[in-house]
Design a protein around this ligand. Structure first.
Ligand code: ADP
Ligand code: SF4
Length: 584
């Protein structure tokens, strides 16, 4: 997959200065040159040859890709294209290269392959009220009947690929809805469609002829089949977190929060829907009903094991239930809902809410296997990436807050300093929640950007924009060194120069500690159990209780535990601390 570019770049001077600001791909000191006639002739020749190779390789549909500010989109753009020859200036001229490529590709392979064009419905020069320029509409009119299929997206990639916190389902519609009135050819679009009702509505209302779905089919590759068979309540709906996109950003294998089998179909042989049946009549106790415990329970239940799920609180979902109540994160609740829905249909799974187990409770249940998924707690001592040891000068405890305090309803008032040493969504979402409750927030981070890891999920821009729009004071590249109850001392990460900031409270979003005391207690008892005292259960820990991480990692750990229980051989230690596997 290529790199997509952002919308708000200045007009590009003719030669094509590397002009796209992206935190992941900073402005490049490398310039290009305008293509001359020979370059264009070569490109057309190469494109034709590539189309022929694609047909030979067995493809049925070949694209002319004229969007995402790749080269063809730059030819179309009234801003980027500053040529004075027959490929620049008027709409006819700017559209010429795309038209030639469509015609030549059709000529080469059009007898056996469909030719699709992907082009954005707008060119980024419009307004929210009127997103589509006359210029872009004319381009669609000129090309209308040439391709066999129109694949229409929008210019703003952050919007198109937006996370659910900022962009809601099917939100491309207002920009691309005119295209079908211009062409008789079929039209498809994307837009993180997750609900079959929304999809059907767009088709029925004549917005599109069929639905494009990338993230929804990562979350559930059997989405079309489930819709077709009327199994809508079995769909694992995408939550719009963009963890899948981090694989692209970090050049590592893809992961999905909702679908732990994503990327493991071949490597581990994990089918997204099917799982091997249980290998014995052993019983399993799962402690903790966060994403790790819920997924372990669901997948063990699917295998046919007798499972007891014990949860300390009166709610299922753990951190997902807490976090999905924060501004913009409601769709994250689907991580819980999908699993709870599945578990509730399983007669071999028993759920015990309001059961804060200790080691004796856990052992007294007599399970053959115990898996601890008790999660983690946010630290209140400043320890994290900035402070390598607990910070001792953080002022009166009643003026120090953690995300857990806020979840429990202990909320700071007045002037609040949010110290983000976690660098993902938590600090910025909490900031938004605090501002909504009337606090005057200053956001401090040792990084150069707000929620810097959000660059990996392509949400950093909207994140920083949101805080600025809310009037939050942002101080980057500074750490929090001390707080005396009225002033916080910050220091610059580059110069170590300090400054004082008046504040009533400090929210520490730094790091989390595994909640693993139950695991340790049980492990201690098992170690000291006298031989001959009866069968000894296996003991494991998974998810945040093992190593605090993102929700996707907890779901994955739960799934992996369930897959590997009773399997032959030794488990590898990827993502786990315990290396030895004891077959049941
Ligand atoms: P993860 O992300 O690893 O799934 P969470 O923090 O989301 O972790 O969930 C952990 C769950 O475990 C929480 O719902 C918490 O209430 C529950 N829990 C913690 N300690 C116990 C315990 N001793 N007995 C039962 N449930 C517990
Ligand atoms: Fe959807 Fe998140 Fe899975 Fe991507 S990682 S497909 S956004 S649930």
């Amino acid at each position: 997959m290529g790199r997509r570019r952002r919308r708000r770049e200045p007009a590009d001077p003719g030669g094509g200065i590397g002009c796209h600001q992206h935190a992941k791909y900073p402005r490049s000191p490398i310039q290009t040159r305008p293509m001359d006639r020979k370059d264009i002739r070569n490109l057309r020749r190469w494109h034709r040859a590539a189309a022929l190779r694609a047909r030979e390789a067995g493809f049925d549909i070949v694209y002319i890709y004229a969007t995402h500010m790749y080269m063809l989109a730059q030819f179309l753009s009234p801003q980027h294209n500053q040529r004075s020859d027959e490929y620049g200036g008027s709409v006819e001229n700017r559209v010429r290269l795309v038209r030639e490529l469509i015609e030549e590709t059709k000529d080469a392979i059009g007898d056996t392959c469909a030719i699709a064009v992907r082009m954005s419905a707008d060119d980024g020069t419009g307004t929210p009220e009127q997103p589509v320029s006359e210029d872009r509409r004319e381009m669609f009119e000129i090309l209308a009947e040439l391709p066999d299929l129109w694949d229409v997206n929008i210019h703003n990639y952050e919007h198109e690929m937006g996370v659910s916190r900022f962009v809601k389902e099917a939100s491309l519609e207002n920009t691309m809805n005119y295209v079908k009135s211009i062409t008789s050819k079929p039209v498809v679009t994307v837009g993180r469609f997750t609900s079959p009702d929304t999809m059907v509505s767009q088709v029925r209302r004549g917005i599109v002829d069929f639905i494009g779905a990338a993230r929804p089919s990562i979350a559930d590759p059997f989405l079309p089949l489930k819709i077709k068979e009327g199994r809508g309540d079995e769909i694992r709906e995408c939550i719009g977190c963009n963890i899948c996109y981090t694989g692209d950003s970090l050049s590592v294998p893809i992961r999905c929060t909702q679908n732990p089998t994503m990327g493991e179909e071949w490597r581990r042989g994990w089918h997204p829907e099917r799982i091997q049946p249980k290998s014995s009549d052993a019983t399993v106790l799962v402690v903790g009903a966060g994403p790790a415990g819920l997924e372990a329970t669901r997948a063990l239940g699917q295998r046919g094991y007798q499972v007891m799920l014990a949860e300390a609180t009166t709610e299922l979902g753990g951190r997902v239930t807490r976090e999905c109540r924060l501004p913009g994160l409601s769709e994250w609740g689907r991580v819980r809902d999908y699993r709870v829905h599945q578990i509730q249909t399983m007669p071999n799974v028993d759920i015990y809410l309001d059961n804060d187990l200790d080691a004796d409770d856990a052992l007294s249940l007599g399970a053959d296997h115990i898996v601890i998924a008790t999660g983690s707690t946010w630290r209140a001592d400043g320890y994290g990436r900035y402070h390598k040891t607990p910070c001792l000068n953080l002022g009166p405890a009643e003026q120090i807050f953690t995300p857990d305090d806020i979840f429990m309803g202990r909320v700071p008032q007045g002037k609040v300093l949010v110290f983000d040493d976690d660098h993902y969504y938590m600090a910025s979402v909490l900031t938004e929640a605090l501002v909504a409750q009337g606090a005057e927030v200053c956001f401090v981070t040792p990084e150069n950007l707000v929620s810097a890891w959000g660059v990996m999920t392509d949400e950093h821009y909207q994140n920083q924009q949101r805080l600025l729009q809310l009037g939050v004071q942002i101080i980057t590249a500074h750490g929090l060194d001390e707080f005396d109850g009225s002033n916080a001392r910050l220091s610059c990460v580059y110069t170590q120069q300090t400054r004082l900031l008046e504040t009533d409270a400090v929210v520490l979003v730094t790091s989390r500690a595994p909640r693993d005391s139950l695991y340790k207690e049980i492990a201690g008892k098992l170690e000291s159990a006298s031989p001959g005292a009866g069968p000894i259960p296996t003991l494991d820990k998974i998810g945040d209780c093992d190593a605090p991480a993102i929700i996707a990692a907890a779901v994955y750990a739960g799934h992996r535990y369930a897959r590997e229980l009773g399997a032959d051989g030794v488990r590898s230690d990827v993502g786990r601390q315990d290396k030895l596997f004891v077959p049941d």
